[in-house]
Design a protein around this ligand. Structure first.
Ligand SMILES: Cc1cc2nc3c(=O)[nH]c(=O)nc-3n(C[C@H](O)[C@H](O)[C@H](O)COP(=O)(O)O)c2cc1C
Length: 160
């Protein structure tokens, strides 16, 4: 069974709620999933998973500093390509439409892609990943469900 880490930063709880919902959906889709706050884990631990999903609130149009610091520290895994070929995905919580949520997700995706990860997009809803405006509502939670299933499906196909 492929393993997935959902690693997030959250101060107010909105991004954490998305992380939990994505985790639940990916678990139901057949993966073993762990949810962790980025400030509680080491970057070295990333290497043990088949997939990694990163989530951050949008702060001043970009990801939170705690998440950027975590991604920067992942340079330790870059040299040997320890994340290359793994499944990846992202999500974001923002304060308002046009507040930088998509920019935040694209920069999160860049972090995964630069490691050589295979990232999941979406035809429906948020194309770059689930995006919540404030506390995740039913629309955002449905996107989290769909996205958790998609990334789990990707991890399952890559593990074959
Ligand atoms: C320091 C800070 C900067 C923020 N900057 C933005 C911003 O540029 N655009 C926006 O839409 N929301 C912004 N917000 C709002 C947060 O993205 C939003 O409240 C989010 O849901 C917080 O997620 P959390 O509950 O997981 O911490 C900012 C919030 C804080 C605390």
């Amino acid at each position: 069974m492929p393993s997935i880490l959902v690693a997030y930063y959250s101060h107010g709880g909105n991004t954490r709620k998305m992380a939990q919902r994505i985790s639940q959906a990916a678990t139901e889709a057949g993966c073993q999933v762990e949810v962790r706050k980025v400030t509680d884990i080491s970057v070295e631990s990333l290497a043990q998973y088949d997939g990694v999903i990163l989530g951050s609130p949008c702060y001043f149009g970009v990801m939170a500093a705690e998440m950027k610091s975590f991604i920067d520290k992942s340079i330790k895994l870059f040299g040997k390509g320890e994340l290359t070929g793994k499944a990846g995905g992202v999500f974001c919580s923002t304060g308002g439409i046009g507040g930088g949520g998509e920019l935040t997700m694209i920069s999160l995706l860049a972090g995964l892609m630069i490691h050589g990860m295979v990232v999941q997009g979406s035809r429906k809803g948020g194309h770059f990943g689930p995006l919540a405006i404030g506390e995740p509502d039913e629309r955002a939670l449905a996107e989290c469900d769909q996205y958790g299933q998609l990334v789990a499906g990707l991890a399952l196909r890559l593990a074959r």
